[in-house]
Design a protein around this ligand. Structure first.
Ligand SMILES: Cc1cc2nc3c(=O)[nH]c(=O)nc-3n(C[C@H](O)[C@H](O)[C@H](O)COP(=O)(O)O)c2cc1C
Ligand code: SF4
Length: 479
């Protein structure tokens, strides 16, 4: 079925009618107020000022050196993050705490054989310098580093080398995990935990304001949150499934005084999807797996739906651990990409949208609204806005003014149009429509096929690369 992408609407009123038809609880502002309005309201956080409400989500480019150090493309992406004008930089990109935790052979990682700290420090300083170079004051910029272990989705040398917390009947089959593969032992988890602390300490010494203990998108810490089927002290009841997260947070706190901790979490999830015969995404044979005892934030009786009971307990834990910053995501790009990154055009390993992608954007908006309503004392970053295209600032301004969210996180929009926040913050908020991300998904299709990630359709630097032609051919073949 064809859906009308937001960019097809010529006026904000037309878009608003579409949005409200999708969900009558949603709305957007008709006029933009620039930096004087909610988008430019500063936030005070633990003695620091974060001067506007735009956040750059973490986005890796599959473009580091094999040694785990950044490449020219990595530096350029981080400079773009600095130039964007956004004041909260959530993590830059996923940084693996050890070699076998990489999601690809070109992910940055804590490699004891090389001078990782110098590479990360250069990323950090180039980002701040780029911010200064566009008239921004780096003192009110808040920058974190996202720490990860890719767990089930580890591909440290390009081949799948999963490190699983437990055997998941659907994901094991979907991704070809050997049923005999041993699960990570408690001792192995604890050694991974030590590497989180070491990586956090590297970030602290460089001057990063915080580290994100990443719990999203199907990677190790997210998988553990749903590890009911795991035995021992890290599996089973909620207290056990959150133990590894808790221990890592407490160990970082003890070893890294002054370093704040944030958490990016897939706050809810759905049953894994796959393309049907018509190429449209649908949940795999979910009825065969009810009651569904896997996943985090999934309804066990109808796993096509969210269940927020445990996620709210998780947020209470986050608060009690003294964490103040939460970045709310949903699902995983591997098994429900339509939810994790709503798009008009699927990536090569994806499927056609099962419904109007605006419905998934609405799910993101509602998820973060709920978190904020129940935990007003925490600062929340929302996700899933890029699909809104030219009307993103209109929705963002509305959500911020109503207090539904504290920061508007931008992912793909920043790859396509790094200056988007700066332009949206100008009076009138006029955008360059030619540079707006149209959710073509090339930045996901590229890495799924062994290429570096970037905005091939719109970023001149990527347009000129030989991979751009390979991608065009790949898409042509699919069509
Ligand atoms: C190329 C690419 C790389 C990404 N890398 C990461 C990452 O390293 N860590 C992470 O938490 N999310 C990552 N994401 C997810 C984004 O942060 C974001 O959640 C997603 O793109 C949805 O937001 P958007 O609609 O603004 O794009 C990545 C997304 C893309 C497209
Ligand atoms: S390739 Fe560019 S236009 Fe396409 S989804 Fe990625 S950032 Fe957006």
């Amino acid at each position: 079925m064809k859906h009308t992408p937001p960019g097809r609407h010529r006026t904000v009123e037309e878009f608003r009618a579409h949005l409200r038809a999708v969900d009558s609880a949603l709305d957007c502002d008709l006029a933009l107020e620039g930096r004087r309005g909610p988008l430019g309201w500063p936030v005070e956080f633990r003695g620091r000022r974060i001067k506007n409400r735009f956040c750059v989500h973490p986005m890796e480019g599959w473009d580091g050196e094999r040694s785990g150090l950044p490449s020219d493309l990595t530096f350029r992406r981080w400079r773009n993050f600095g130039r964007s004008g956004a004041k909260l930089i959530w993590g830059g990109e996923a940084f693996a705490v050890q070699a076998d935790g990489r999601a690809n052979a070109r992910q940055l990682f804590l490699n004891p054989e090389v001078d990782v700290a110098t590479g990360l420090a250069r990323l950090y300083h180039e980002l701040r310098d780029a911010h200064r170079g566009t008239g921004g004051n780096p003192d009110d910029l808040y920058v974190g580093l996202q720490l990860t272990h890719s767990g089930r989705f580890a591909r440290p040398d390009g081949e799948a080398k999963p490190k699983i917390a437990y055997h998941h009947p659907v994901l094991d089959a979907k991704f070809g995990v050997d049923p005999e593969l041993p699960v990570l032992t408690d001792g192995e988890l604890e050694r991974i935990g030590e590497n989180y602390v070491e990586a956090a300490d590297v970030a602290r010494r460089i001057g990063f304001d915080f580290v994100d203990v990443k719990c999203c998108h199907g990677y190790l810490m997210h998988e553990l949150l749903g590890a009911r089927a795991r035995e021992g002290k890290y599996g089973g009841p909620f207290e056990n499934r959150t133990r590894f997260f808790r221990d890592v947070v407490e160990a970082i706190r003890a070893a890294c005084p002054g370093l704040e901790i944030g958490v990016r979490v897939s706050i809810a999830d759905v049953f894994p999807h796959a393309p049907g015969e018509d190429g449209v995404g649908a949940p795999l044979d979910w009825r065969e797996h009810v009651p569904y005892d896997h996943g985090f934030g999934v309804d066990r009786d109808d796993p096509r739906r969210f269940d927020f009971e445990e996620p709210m307990r998780f947020l209470a834990l986050v608060r009690d651990l003294g964490i103040g910053l939460v970045n709310v995501s949903l699902g995983s790009p591997y098994y429900c990409p339509h939810l994790q990154r709503p798009a008009a055009y699927p990536p090569s390993d994806g499927y056609l949208p099962p419904q109007d992608p605006l419905i998934e954007v609405a799910q993101h908006l509602h998820a973060v609204r709920r978190c904020k309503r129940e935990f007003p004392e925490l600062l929340f970053v929302g996700t899933g806005y890029s699909y809104l295209q030219e009307w993103l600032p209109h929705v963002a301004q509305h959500e911020l003014r109503a207090g539904h969210v504290d920061f508007v996180g931008l992912g793909r929009m920043i790859l396509a149009y790094p200056e988007f926040p700066r332009d949206a913050l100008r009076r009138g908020g006029e955008l360059n429509r030619k540079r707006i991300c149209r959710t073509f998904s090339d930045c996901t299709t590229g890495p799924r096929n062994g290429m570096v990630s970037g905005c091939y359709p719109l970023d001149p630097r990527y347009k000129r690369r030989p991979e751009a032609e390979r991608l065009r051919k790949l898409k042509g073949k699919k069509a």
